[in-house]
Design a protein around this ligand. Structure first.
Ligand SMILES: Nc1nc2c(ncn2[C@@H]2O[C@H](COP(=O)(O)OP(=O)(O)OP(=O)(O)O)[C@@H](O)[C@H]2O)c(=O)[nH]1
Ligand SMILES: [Mg+2]
Length: 616
């Protein structure tokens, strides 16, 4: 093939949740996020691949849309690209209209709309594996004639599942029918006629879904199941992770000791490596098992089809608080990280609902808080069984997550009171079919998470840790100094000075020191504390460099609880603030978020500290 020939430009278009991204990944070998609910993709993503005949193709994965009359910011992208109106993007040479073959009643309507654009198009009937299992029969020829486009069958989640589509890309496809007749036959009537003509559906296609929904969406039973699922997750984060975590801790400690021994002749470098890098970063690494267990559950939930049901169950509750069920998935994604959560709000059509969701998303407990939470819980809360069934540490973690959720609802409620326009919208949400999660995609998802975490540790956390080590090691103490050297360092002085502000909430100077680099990223607080305590340790005893025992011995319970409360609220993440700026295009919103979150953090810590001290 002529390498200079311009690549064929293809766009994947269709209703939400029909498998566009799965198809994109299958074609390009990509690893874009796939999940079983509407509104996963909110940005245009580009990839390249070669067809078996060597034709090079540039393919766009687009956000799902219900129609070309865009209602939400993500749908606008799809509409503009299809219409050739997207800045800096030529209209696609070919639209691949992806349809969920099990859901044609809904999805054909959009195909008919796309047909009216009069652009070259291929129809990919996706999810054919499920359609066949349900006994749905589709007459591809009739469909093709009616839509004026070739029809191919695909199974995006199977090896070779896109073969028919690839063959189509290699062949020639008929030019678009110039008859872009904008006849006002009602689209619904056309869909009905087409279904009657080309599709045979057994009567009960979704008997299993209905049976599960009868339990899961039951008004009382459904909420109980949701609560049980959430609770189980937090229990597992502690119980399952403990042995893995011990193994990582031991491994890191042994490696640190060994490397430290090699550097014995160079004390300064030895201190940087053992006190800075191993004590600091090693401590953060030990939280990898917990983060992966949390994600294991999130990924399974995402693929199962349960999430939109949970959104549906919570809609009334969220509505009272000034949010809508639509906010549920963005907020749940924020448990992983507020950044994808805030991006996911692009699927919310109402700009006020969207802004409220963005402003409260940082209150959801992101995974970067997990290290500091579990560090403090492990140090201060006994590992005790409650009612022989639950473990106390898991319960405390659950309470912290719950505090985040409850305060998000409270803040949303206040925002709702404050806004002038009080008109309201109904929740209209698609409930996808239940699906057994594909083990391979769950593993890929976990792997991606692990890579992100380790990269963070090796990137920003490493840089900040080295900086903190430097500030904590220089200048050297004066002759005849009586305190540990760190007390005389830059960091020590800054920390002591900051206690003027933070003493009322129980923070000692070491915590204050950790708060500064912790502004950039939350986990840094843990590595910073580890470095500060490692440098403060009087002897080189390995046990003294373990952070957990050190703080358990030196802090009061009130201080620990106060720091936990601080982390429920404090907006210690520059990237989140940057995303708020980008997504709302306003600095004002960034200041509002920063101000109210720091305000709440200080207030919550103050109350927690004073109450805990009075009680103990
Ligand atoms: N059984 C089966 N599942 C599929 C197939 N294609 C996609 N899926 C699953 O369907 C769900 C939705 O897939 P996505 O690729 O995220 O759908 P999407 O069209 O990109 O959705 P949005 O980004 O929300 O518009 C996921 O759970 C996929 O694993 C298929 O051919 N067969
Ligand atoms: Mg997608």
């Amino acid at each position: 093939m002529n390498a200079a020939a311009p690549a064929l430009h293809v766009a994947l278009v269709g209703n939400p949740n029909c498998g566009k991204t799965a198809l994109f990944n299958r074609l390009t070998g990509g690893r874009q996020k796939v999940a079983n609910y509407a509104g996963v993709t909110v940005e245009r993503k580009e990839g390249r691949f070669e067809t078996p005949a060597g034709r090079s193709v540039r393919v766009l994965d687009l956000p799902g849309a219900y129609s070309l009359d865009a209602a939400s910011p993500d749908e606008v992208i799809t509409r503009d690209i299809c219409a050739g109106r997207y800045a800096g993007e030529a209209p696609p040479d070919l639209i691949v209209c992806v349809l969920d073959a099990t859901n044609l009643r809904l999805h054909l309507r959009f195909a008919l709309e796309l047909k009216r654009l009069g652009r070259p198009m291929v129809i990919a009937l996706n999810m054919m594996d499920v359609a066949k299992k349900r006994g749905i029969r589709i007459d591809a020829e009739k469909l093709s004639a009616a839509l004026g486009a070739p029809v191919v069958e695909t199974v995006a989640v199977q090896n070779g599942g896109a073969a028919a589509l690839l063959a189509q890309l290699d062949g020639a496809w008929p030019n678009a029918s110039a008859t872009t007749t904008n006849d006002d036959t009602d689209l619904h009537a056309q869909v009905r006629a087409l279904l009657a003509d080309a599709v045979t559906m057994p009567r009960a296609t979704s008997a299993v879904d209905d049976a599960i929904d009868a339990v899961v969406l039951h008004r009382a039973g459904g909420l109980a199941i949701l609560a049980a699922v959430m609770f189980l997750i937090f229990q597992a984060v502690f119980t399952w992770a403990a042995p893995l975590q011990d193994a990582v801790t031991d491994g890191v400690a042994a490696a640190g000791e060994w490397v430290g021994g090699l550097l014995a002749s160079m004390p300064l470098l030895q201190s940087l490596v053992t006190d800075g890098i191993f004590a600091g970063l090693g401590t953060v690494l030990t939280f990898l098992p917990q983060i992966l267990i949390l994600f294991l559950f999130i990924l399974i939930l995402e693929e199962s089809g349960y999430l939109p049901r949970a959104a549906f169950l919570l809609d009334t509750l969220m509505f009272r608080a000034g949010l809508t069920g639509r906010s549920f998935i963005p907020l749940l994604s924020s448990f992983a990280c507020a950044i994808p959560g805030i991006m996911a709000t692009r699927s919310i059509a109402d700009p006020r609902d969207r802004l409220t969701t963005i402003l409260v998303a940082p209150l959801m407990t992101c995974s970067a808080r997990l290290p500091i939470y579990t560090l403090l819980i492990a140090a201060f809360i006994p590992r005790r069984d409650v009612f022989g069934l639950f473990n106390l540490q898991g319960i405390v973690l659950f309470v912290l997550y719950f505090a985040g959720i409850a305060s998000a609802l409270a803040v949303a409620w206040v925002i709702k009171r404050l806004r002038r326009d009080k008109s309201e919208h109904m929740l209209i949400m698609e409930l996808p079919s239940y699906r057994l999660p594909n083990p391979r995609s769950v593993l890929v998802g976990l792997w991606e998470r692990a890579v992100i975490f380790v990269r963070r540790v090796g990137g920003i956390l490493l840089a900040l840790t080295v900086l903190l080590w430097f500030l904590s090691s220089f200048p050297a103490p004066p002759e005849g100094a009586t305190q540990p050297p760190i007390d005389y360092s830059f960091a020590g002085r800054i920390g002591h000075w900051m206690t003027h502000v933070f003493a009322p909430i129980g923070f000692n100077w070491q915590i204050c020191v950790a708060l500064i680099p912790g502004l950039a990223a939350r986990e840094v607080a843990v590595s910073s504390l580890a470095t500060v305590y490692a440098l403060s340790a009087a002897n080189d005893d390995a046990a003294a460099t373990l952070l957990g025992p050190a703080i358990a011995a030196q802090w009061s319970l009130a201080t620990a609880l106060s720091l936990l409360a601080w982390y429920v609220f404090a907006p210690q993440c520059m990237s989140t603030l940057a995303v708020i700026r980008r997504e709302t295009n306003s600095w004002r919103n960034v200041w509002i978020a920063t101000g109210y979150l720091f305000g709440l953090a200080y207030l919550a810590s103050f109350v927690t500290y004073q109450v805990a001290r009075a009680l103990s």
